[in-house]
Design a protein around this ligand. Structure first.
Ligand code: HEC
Length: 228
């Protein structure tokens, strides 16, 4: 082997090791939190195969439902902002979120919604598992973004559910209702104070973690055949 080739090989190897150790670090924290082989969608798929679960491919199925909510919401927000302004669109982020969530639930047979640490609507409160993950996710959209989290859970009645979280980061369009004083659209502070007196969901920086889409569904029926 020529010297040049050897150097190229060593550089390639170093690059692979670097990427792997970075990946191991993120997956590592996540694993500790969930206490299961979760966070890495391909690992959970492996568990499904091991356990002889239905060929539902839980992680991509869950991801599809999460994207359906996030994407649908984004489209409606953009349309509302184009037609009116931030103040006239304030209702959309809430109204459209619950309507689209209901549609996705109906169509896919899943529970889907949004959760966050700093809340505007107290109904979007995360559970302990979600809270731990949101707190541990320190990255931004551009730097070390969080990987989606997925976990199979045994339920007391013998059924098993799959729970999934997809991170949501702020995009420029979100800033007029979730950013700091300089980003908020005209009249937004006042309108928010009226509609959400306990609002904690302003002051976000562009690209920061705003919250997550939550998806849950049953993957294994009980002996009595209660499969949702
Ligand atoms: C026009 C104003 C407006 C814009 C633009 C907007 N939001 Fe919201 N957002 C709201 C309102 C109002 C709520 C509370 C909804 C409710 O009552 O359920 C909310 C709630 C949320 C929640 C649920 C958690 C909570 O605090 O209740 C998330 C997550 C969220 N927004 C993310 C985003 C993201 C990401 C964007 C950009 C893609 C965005 N929002 C753009 C007004 C807005």
């Amino acid at each position: 082997m020529t010297r040049g080739r050897l150097v190229a090989l060593v550089i390639a190897w170093l690059a692979v090791v670097l990427v792997m150790s970075f990946r191991a670090r993120t997956v590592g924290t996540e694993r500790v939190l969930s206490g299961r082989n979760s966070f890495n969608p391909s690992l959970t798929t492996a568990r499904a195969a091991q356990e002889g679960l239905p060929d539902i491919q839980a992680p991509p199925f869950a991801h599809g439902a999460a994207v359906a909510l996030a994407g649908g919401l984004m489209r409606e927000l953009m349309a509302a902002l184009e037609e009116g302004d931030a103040v006239s669109s304030i209702g959309v982020c809430g109204e459209a979120a619950s309507r689209i969530a209901a549609e996705v639930s109906e169509e896919k047979g899943v529970e889907v919604g949004r959760v966050a640490l700093r809340l505007r609507n107290p109904a979007n409160e995360p559970d302990a598992w979600e809270r731990a993950w949101l707190k541990a996710s320190r990255g931004t959209r551009g730097e070390n973004p969080a990987a989606p989290l997925g976990e199979y859970r045994d339920l007391p009645d013998g059924r098993m559910e799959y729970a999934y979280l997809m991170p949501i980061y702020t995009a420029p369009l979100c800033m007029q209702c979730h950013g700091g004083p300089a980003d908020l659209g005209p009249g937004v502070s006042e309108a928010l104070a009226k509609a959400y007196p306990d609002d904690q969901a302003t002051g976000f920086e562009l690209g920061s973690l705003r919250g997550a889409v939550r998806v849950r569904f049953l993957v294994r029926e009980t002996e009595a055949g209660q499969f949702k």
